[in-house]
Ligand binder design. Structure first.
Ligand code: NAD
Length: 395
């Protein structure tokens, strides 16, 4: 089984990914600097339930399964931290314990500041986002170029890179005919926040690395993810992933579910016609797995649109309202003045066949899935702080 390195292994997607691969017999190493947790403390946004530290979670995982997830706490904007993961040096490997076997076959890059509102709180948070995200990606690109060109980079992009164009969205690439000649280009991108701008720049960096140094890159244009439990987290509550319900770090469906349970009118921005592609957290894991099993070629930037179905904000709110009502909650929709600058009514037709063709079997957003999420939230209702749900970061 191959060695998988997960950058951002303490995060909402990183920790479930670590357990998923560990459970399937892979050697797994995770790196994180608690950026997300520290930002939650700094901005005073609560998580739904307390989560043990990454080191503690790896210990619990080992105790319950006998499997080992190696942990390094370090800031990946520091090139030396990044480089030690690929050059086999001993410098930082004490933290990974003596069994660290070095060079990974696959690296999954999640280690970014992932919030659009965070990136637009003010110039300070914009700077943090730009510096953090671009330095981590650049450090990764150079470490692989210098030490480990065969390592497959799986990088998380976002569907938000494309914006909401008035034409169908292709999977990463588009062929253009101009004045009688044809060529293939990255599909046009138009970010709706500075966070999304960094994701576009990440893509450009790695496309440069693929062209210049034959790096192997899979770039997953992911939509907003929802969900809490995965096969592995069901083993023990302490293994659950971090779950935010605030406006900064909570994703839309996760927020709506908490709002329903807290008797807080669902915060639909503007007309609610904003349509996006969504996926269950379990499908994120499958998509990473299928991408890992079928590596990109040397010099290839392979792009997939990582979504399973599309919904407008109104449709999501109505689904939560229906299931909430069945469970006795009086769920009301509140169309707030939109704090964001975005189209509220638009064409949206993305292509997302690639990952299904690789073998991903989608989990769709059924009432049963919504009820499962409601149950976990209900069990933790006492922790919900209504004052952090919406503060109105505008741009
Ligand atoms: N969750 C979603 O709905 C979603 C949707 C589209 C794309 N994505 C992308 O997926 C990736 C993971 O998202 P997530 O929701 O798990 O976010 P997250 O914030 O929960 O996870 C990212 C992790 O990376 C860590 N990190 C950040 N900067 C770091 C640094 N300099 N050094 C070491 N660790 C660092 C954070 O502490 C955090 O634990 C991000 O790149 C995000 O842009 C997420």
């Amino acid at each position: 089984m191959s060695h998988i390195l997960i950058l951002g292994g303490d995060g909402y997607l990183g920790w479930p990914t670590a357990m998923y691969f560990s459970n399937r017999g892979h050697e797994v190493t995770v790196v994180d600097n608690y950026f997300r947790r520290n930002a939650c403390v700094e901005l005073d946004v609560g998580m739904l339930y307390p989560v043990p530290t990454l080191i503690e979670r790896a210990r619990i995982w080992h105790e319950l399964t006998g499997k080992e997830i190696k942990v390094l706490i370090g800031d990946l904007t520091d090139p030396e931290v990044m480089r030690c993961l690929f050059d086999g040096r001993a410098e930082y490997s004490w933290a990974l314990n003596k069994n660290f076997t070095g060079i990974p076959e696959t690296v999954v890059h999640y280690a970014e500041q992932p919030s659009a509102p965070y990136s637009l709180i003010n110039y300070k948070y914009a700077n943090i986002t730009l510096q953090n995200n671009l330095l981590v990606t650049n450090n990764l690109m150079f470490a692989i170029r210098d030490f480990s060109r065969d390592t497959h980079i799986i990088k998380l992009g976002t569907m938000g890179e494309y914006g909401t164009p008035d034409i169908d969205i292709e999977e990463g690439w588009i062929e253009i005919e101009h004045k009688g000649r044809k060529d293939k280009f990255l599909f046009p991108r138009q970010a709706s926040s500075l966070y999304h701008t960094t994701k576009i720049m990440d893509t450009d960096l790695l496309w440069f690395g693929a062209r210049m140094w034959d790096l192997r890159v899979t770039d997953l244009m992911q939509g907003p993810v929802y969900g809490i439990e995965t096969e592995e987290s069901k083993i023990d509550e302490r293994l659950r992933t971090i779950f935010n319900y605030d406006e900064i770090f909570g994703t839309i469906l996760n927020r709506f579910i908490v709002q329903a349970v807290a008797d807080y009118p669902l915060t639909v921005y503007g007309k609610g016609g904003q349509t996006r592609g969504y996926l269950n957290i379990n499908d994120t894991l499958q998509c990473i797995h299928m991408s890992e099993q079928s590596s990109a070629q040397c010099g290839e930037l392979r792009i997939f649109n990582q979504i399973m179905e599309t919904f407008s904000a109104n449709e999501l709110a109505e689904k939560v309202q229906d299931v909430g009502k069945m469970r006795g909650y009086n769920v009301v929709l509140n169309h707030l003045e939109n704090p964001r600058k975005e189209a509220e009514d638009h064409y949206y037709s993305p292509n997302y066949k690639g990952l299904i063709e690789l073998g991903v079997k989608p989990h769709y957003l059924t009432n049963e899935v919504l009820e499962g999420m409601l149950q976990v939230v209900q069990d933790n209702k006492k922790n919900i702080r209504k004052e952090v749900i919406f503060r109105g970061i505008t741009w």
